[in-house]
Design a protein around this ligand. Structure first.
Ligand code: ATP
Ligand code: NI
Length: 307
């Protein structure tokens, strides 16, 4: 059984226009994804495709003007806002992109200790510091005294001591050099090897493929494909959705062929398939009905014509 299931999730924002009038802009529509224990799910897709909002929806930290529908389940039971408050930081942990998530006024040792749910907090904090090469004196430091690398390792240490079973890492590697990227990815791999379900949100497909089990491809606020990692190879022949193939071919180490056009804006979503306006395979029916997610060759796809 999956540890986390997202079914038919939609997220809209109320945007006030004049006075009390508002329009709804839908930023995530009918999104489906599941996470298994011991597995790394990598989430890729253009900027603005809804990756961070999915993470925030799972953790229950969307802004108050967000309207959501659909179901998120944790360990088979619906994740209600009340359950999210209980599980956030204990069973489900976020490794945020920004080190600004550390409390600037609290010594880092104490911050990590507050995340320990069971057992001796100090012993656990020291053990995890040792494991991530954070010296004993770091305990007493404030976040501003840490180097970038130390701050990131502190965030990983916080997730580690929490004992969470689901770890969501939102772009943990932007702008880092390759040794530091490998280190960050190895930490995530360790979480999965210990039985956690890991979601890695990233733009760096090439690095992520080294640790991924499954890849979810997002486009304009929805999943268009979920594929086992092996299918991201060669010319992308084994991929299912035309957008995933295009994304794969656009990588520098492949043919570096970009696709024309751009992802539709949330206020101007096409009524049929969201990718149809840019799709070489688009047929008249694609412009009429939104395809649903279906199983295909050990993965899933949201395209009526994919084979
Ligand atoms: N509070 C908000 N109010 C209105 N729209 C929002 C809000 N937060 C996010 N959005 C919109 O939701 C869409 C998805 O945003 P999201 O941050 O999830 O994208 P992303 O896939 O994480 O992008 P990136 O790769 O750049 O981090 C974007 O179009 C964004 O402008
Ligand atoms: Ni994001």
């Amino acid at each position: 059984m999956p540890i986390l299931e997202v079914e038919n999730l939609s997220v809209s924002f109320k945007q006030y226009t004049v006075g009390l009038k508002y329009k709804k802009s839908t930023v995530i529509s009918s999104l489906d994804v599941t996470m298994e224990e011991g597995e790394i799910l990598v989430v890729v897709g253009a900027s603005g495709s809804g990756k961070s909002l999915l993470a925030h929806a799972i953790l229950g930290i969307l802004p108050s003007n967000a309207i959501t529908s659909g179901v998120i389940k944790y360990a088979g039971e619906e994740l209600t806002p009340a359950r999210q408050r209980v599980l956030r930081g204990s069973e489900i942990a976020l490794i945020p992109q920004s080190v600004n998530y550390l409390d600037p006024l609290m010594r880092v040792g104490s911050q990590v200790r507050t995340s320990v749910k069971n057992g001796n907090a100090q012993a656990k904090q020291r053990e995890v510091f040792n494991r991530y090469h954070l010296k004993t004196e770091v305990e007493k430091m404030y976040p501003f005294q840490l180097s970038g690398g130390m701050a990131r390792r502190t965030l990983v240490a916080t997730a580690m001591v929490s004992g969470a079973r689901v770890i969501i890492a939102d772009e943990p590697t932007p702008g880092l050099d390759s040794a530091v990227i490998s280190e960050a990815l190895n930490h995530l791999k360790e979480f999965a090897d210990n039985g956690c379900a890991v979601m890695l949100i990233t733009h760096d497909i090439e690095s992520a493929l080294k640790i991924a089990d499954k890849i979810a491809v997002f486009y304009a606020g929805t999943t268009v494909e979920i594929s086992p990692v092996e299918h991201f190879s060669g010319k992308g022949e084994q991929l299912r959705h035309p957008y995933s193939k295009a994304l794969w071919r656009a990588l520098p180490q492949n043919d570096f062929i970009p696709i024309a056009g751009s992802q539709p804006h949330p206020n101007q979503l096409p009524s049929g398939c969201l990718f149809a306006p840019r799709c070489e395979m688009a047929a008249p029916d694609c412009e009429k009905v939104r395809p649903v997610m279906r199983n295909l060759r050990n993965g899933m796809v949201r395209c009526n014509h994919a084979t």
